[in-house]
Design a protein around this ligand. Structure first.
Ligand code: ATP
Ligand code: MG
Length: 191
């Protein structure tokens, strides 16, 4: 079954920059896909389209029978920047997405502690982002996304600051963490 279908996708940012040029791609359910390309080739643009952050102008995107919309609970997205709130602890940052989705406090904190442990941050739940390294902040941001149990998991350069795991074991790491409470139907990782 196709989880994501992309047909003849083109993005030219108002005729200024051709960031995506007639891309067609089907991503089956259960697939872990990495997209590799040089800086500026359009990887982040593609993720932003899949999450509805950049409006679709030319081409079609189908995620489980629907067009992308911002805030779609079926889609989890970790940005290339860790984008943690500086005034929230690691635990509170990880809980943020679950708060928005109305997960009860006790359940979201239990889930956050569990996923923080999986990404190697047990013992740092009470630390603020300024007291974490770049890699730790990135893992915290990944934990926030993993906690959402999204059907589709999108990650932009998730391993760029990470030495916690050898990069070769990333597929296993992400699948295990991302599927702690049920496997995502597909994962798309930009390197
Ligand atoms: N909001 C925007 N408005 C105009 N042009 C943009 C916008 N966002 C990105 N671009 C342009 O689109 C092209 C692709 O950018 P994008 O960020 O998708 O690349 P990337 O492959 O993710 O690069 P990197 O590996 O450096 O993160 C670049 O030429 C960039 O200047
Ligand atoms: Mg990018």
């Amino acid at each position: 079954m196709k989880a994501i279908s992309i047909q003849n996708l083109t993005v030219d940012y108002g005729g200024q920059v051709l960031a995506v040029d007639d891309l067609s791609l089907d991503i089956p359910s259960g697939q872990f896909l990495a997209v590799v390309g040089p800086s500026g080739c359009g990887k982040t643009t593609l993720l932003n389209l899949l999450t509805g952050l950049v409006p679709l102008e030319k081409g079609q995107i189908d995620i489980g029978g629907r067009q992308p919309t911002a805030g779609d609970p079926r889609v989890g997205y970790t940005l290339a920047r860790d984008s943690l709130f500086p005034w929230r602890t690691a635990l509170e940052n990880v809980c943020y997405g679950m708060e928005l989705r109305g997960v009860p406090k006790a359940e979201r904190e239990a889930r956050a502690h569990d996923v923080l442990k999986q990404v190697g941050l047990d013992g740092f739940a009470g630390h603020y982002p300024k007291a974490l390294s770049h890699g730790m902040r990135q893992r915290c941001a990944l934990a926030r996304t993993f906690c959402l149990d999204s059907e589709v998991l999108l990650m932009d350069e998730p391993s760029v600051h990470l030495m916690h795991k050898p990069k070769s074991s990333w597929r296993i790491f992400c699948c295990r963490c991302g599927s702690a409470r049920g496997a995502p139907s597909c994962s798309l990782r930009m390197i």
